[in-house]
Ligand binder design. Structure first.
Ligand code: NDP
Length: 316
């Protein structure tokens, strides 16, 4: 089975991030609840991913998969397959730990669960703050960012960044703290290409990781109102076949060519191997312009129940 090696991208703090990673969020059930991480699905997925050449792993406190990521990573290190410094591991601060003094303790809890001394990247998961009973909290993310800077100064996170922030919010962080995030993680896929946000990040030298890279490609995941394309779209099938690739690989390759670092999730061995095998072909201008035409601004993850937060990042 084929696998791949992702090239590395330089961050604005001098460190490097692999150009593709594996996601470890198990997603929602059909009725909107969280899929519980009970078994060792994620542990197996991360082990297969490392064997397939992945060196970048994305988790978060809220995913409840840090323990499984930690077990897989520590076993691969103990077995001599990889060294800690070869891996790039991201986790994220949840919304109920936004107080400045809560950030470092929250990261220490994640590190304990991961069984690691440091993460490569710590992200504020959302600009929105909540109390643990899910009611909205008005803690300003600028305060949270000061806690993130402290985590970096302590060496607990080698790089720090934000997720689900908009341009105005990043500008405000830069103006008030003078410390730039190294990474912005946002939803990027064929239906949500975010050209303005990508141009802004390029200008500010902030790397972009793209979550939910497959968007609504799969019939099993697409909501009824989701715009095309689906994975069996004839134009995409033909475009992928030309390169002897699959449509999911085509979607990932397009994202790479947009300058985005995709973090596709799969717990299926064959798909994990397939998803990193996208660094040996490139798309023509004509193909890219066809793929650009699917950008309707449709979000898979709008989290509308946070729309009343003063820090809700998306268009309402
Ligand atoms: P993805 O776009 O990665 O889609 C995952 C789904 O695609 C799974 O059902 C998986 O199935 C399926 N799949 C994966 N590869 C293939 C393939 N080659 N062929 C067919 N089906 C495939 O969605 P996610 O929402 O999980 O996003 C990826 C990651 O981004 C998350 O896991 C998480 O780490 C991060 N994320 C971050 C967010 C944030 O707020 N910062 C929000 C959402 C996600 P299967 O596993 O069964 O193989």
């Amino acid at each position: 089975q084929s696998s791949g090696v992702a090239p590395k991208i330089k961050l604005n703090d001098g460190r490097e991030i692999p150009a593709l990673g594996i996601g470890t969020w198990l997603g929602f059930t059909k009725d909107g609840g969280r899929v519980e991480a009970k078994s060792n699905d994620v542990e197996n997925a991360v082990s297969w991913a490392i064997d397939a050449g992945y060196r970048h792993i994305d988790t978060a406190r809220i995913y409840n998969t840090e323990d499984q990521v930690g077990r897989a990573v520590n076993k691969k290190i103990a077995d001599g397959v990889v060294k800690r410094e070869d891996l790039f591991i991201t986790t994220k601060l949840w919304n109920d730990r936004h107080a400045k003094d809560a950030v470092v303790p929250a990261l220490r809890e994640s590190l304990k669960t991961l069984n690691l001394d440091y993460v490569d990247l710590y992200l504020i998961h959302w600009p929105v703050a909540e109390f643990s009973n899910h009611t909205l909290d008005n803690t300003d993310y600028v305060e949270t960012w000061q806690g993130m800077v402290e985590a970096k100064n302590l060496g607990l996170a080698k790089s720090i960044g934000v997720s689900n922030f908009n341009k105005v919010q990043i500008d405000r962080l830069l103006a008030l703290t003078k410390v730039s995030p190294s990474v912005l993680q946002v939803e990027i896929n064929l239906n949500l290409q975010q050209p303005d946000l990508l141009a802004y990040c390029k200008q500010k030298n902030i790397a972009v990781t793209g979550y939910t890279p497959f968007g609504s490609l799969f019939h099993s995941k697409a909501r009824d109102d989701a715009p095309p394309p689906r994975v069996d779209d004839p134009a995409l099938v033909a475009m992928a076949a030309k390169y002897n690739k699959t449509v999911p690989q085509l979607a990932l390759r397009y994202e790479v060519e947009l300058g985005v670092i995709p973090i596709p999730k799969s717990t299926t061995k064959e798909r994990i191997e397939q998803n990193i095998d996208v660094f040996d072909f490139s798309l023509t201008e004509e193909e890219k312009s066809k793929l650009r035409s699917y950008d309707t601004g449709y979000r898979v993850i709008p989290v509308k129940h946070w729309a009343n937060s003063p820090y809700y990042p998306f268009e309402k």
